[in-house]
Design a protein around this ligand. Structure first.
Ligand code: EPZ
Length: 418
């Protein structure tokens, strides 16, 4: 297992290019199952999760050519002969469950291992399954698998999501585009990644409107065609580097970003005293001194993203004053707190609320990444600590951050992977 060794205390300076979004490339890869032929995806990040999704699609019969140097993937989905996503692949990555909607739409059946829970919560898929049965599928669960079947074709329906689930919105959308008739998804997730998926589906020939709002309308079509699609930049990676620049008192340009996608993060960092200027596709974080505490409550988009909560916890340990973070999305997304406390953080947890006493300098320590964003939070703390931090189990970080130590070294950080 790899370890990151960080000797912190260096203000980051220079520019960093943000990669394509993990949470956009994964549904886009699944969407390729809806077509027969060669799709080309561009600006693809070289992440563990992308390799896992490619392995899954290959196991279903797709022919994949992933060229990380060119940030491109060609996927030929002409011969999708298998409709089962096995336990080992789904267990590695929950997002594998996103193949269920496209497989059901294309093959009339799909058998996918029920994703287990993960570090941050139980993460059920009941809303996905409720959507599929509304579209006419018969759902059977047993022996750890979910099987969905439809005799002929799915039929459009009006679906109301009890919670604006990102995955459920994506899975149901991908099933609905080949259904007979109209589907309406109400209380849909509005994240930028939903818009990116809808853009790709429309370029395949689908009839989708309202993506990005809480009501998405689909009129089913008979056939969809392979496309070329460029992945949007990763707003969570961008937010993580923004906080790294602010916490180390650095001066950093982020290239290949869409500032609009970062509004809630930018607003909160500005409120805390970070100087941020935005251009069309770049963001500049200047020297930030006297950062002050702000309160955070995570919400579905356009609220403050839960995927930035752990990173923000590190930031608030560093800023002056007492702050409060409420995590409303996942029931157990404070795994980073006990590790941060090993580095001197003063944080009290009460249910889904964390009270942070800021202005306490981080001390280097040996810590462990418990999940992807918790790992990122520990890196941020290590970059601030004046001495050495060693972070183990960094495979979590490699799932969602492309070449993170290289990008940080290019900004002057003293970090190495052992
Ligand atoms: C996506 O996960 C992201 N992953 C997550 O990013 C992100 O944290 C999450 O959306 C919320 O923004 C990908 O896009 C691959 P949800 P997803 O369905 O789709 C409950 C990261 O760090 N729920 O919106 O699984 C669920 O338990 C990852 O990059 C149900 O109750 O998230 C959770 O409390 C972590 N029933 C809430 O909704 C369901 O059927 C949000 O889940 C589905 C979800």
């Amino acid at each position: 297992m790899g370890v990151f060794v960080i000797d912190g205390g260096i203000p980051l300076k220079g520019s960093v290019r943000i990669s394509g979004a993990k949470n956009a490339i994964l549904p886009s890869l699944a969407a390729c199952l809806l077509t027969e032929g060669k799709n080309v995806l561009k600006d693809v990040p070289d992440l563990e999760d992308v390799h896992t999704m490619c392995d899954l699609l290959t196991s279903l019969g797709a022919d994949i050519d992933f060229r990380p140097q060119e940030k491109e993937i060609t996927i030929d989905t002409t011969n999708i002969t298998v409709h089962t996503a096995t336990y080992d692949l789904v267990n590695t990555m929950r997002a594998s469950f996103l193949v269920m909607g496209p497989l059901l739409a294309r093959k009339g059946m799909a058998k996918v291992s029920l994703p287990g829970g993960c570090a941050i919560g139980s993460r059920p898929v009941d809303l996905h399954l409720k959507g599929f049965s509304s579209l006419g599928a018969t759902i059977n669960t047993g022996h750890g698998y979910v099987e969905a079947k439809v005799k002929d074709k799915l039929s459009g329906a009006r679906i109301y999501l009890d919670f604006p689930s990102v995955g459920a919105t994506e899975n149901i959308l991908m099933a609905a585009v080949l259904a007979k008739g109209q589907t309406t998804i109400e209380n849909a997730a509005t994240e930028p990644e939903i818009i990116d998926l809808a853009t790709m589906l429309v370029s395949m020939g689908a009839n989708v409107s309202g993506a990005g709002t809480d009501t998405i309308r689909v009129i089913g079509t008979d056939k969809l065609y392979p496309v070329e699609h460029s992945i949007i930049p990763d707003r969570i990676e961008a937010g993580t580097y923004m906080i790294a620049a602010a916490m180390t008192g650095g001066d950093v340009f982020l290239e290949n970003v869409m500032p609009d996608h970062l509004k809630p993060v930018t607003a909160k960092l500005r409120e805390a005293g970070v100087e941020i200027s935005e251009e069309l596709t770049s963001i500049h974080i200047r020297n930030s001194r006297h950062l002050k505490a702000v309160d955070i409550k995570t919400h579905p988009h356009p609220g403050f993203p839960t995927d930035m909560q752990a990173q923000m916890t590190s930031f608030l340990c560093h800023a002056e004053g007492t702050s409060m973070i409420v995590e409303t999305i996942f029931e157990n997304r404070f795994m980073h707190v006990s590790e941060l406390k090993r580095m001197g953080a003063r944080i009290k947890i009460d249910g889904r609320t964390a009270i942070i006493e800021g202005g306490v300098p981080f001390m280097g320590a040996q810590v462990r990444a418990t999940d992807l964003r918790a790992g990122a939070a520990l890196i941020l703390a290590g970059l601030c600590a004046k001495d050495r931090t060693e972070i183990s189990d960094i495979y979590h970080i490699d799932r969602g951050y492309e070449k993170m130590e290289e990008k940080l070294r290019a900004l002057g950080a003293r970090i190495k992977r052992t």
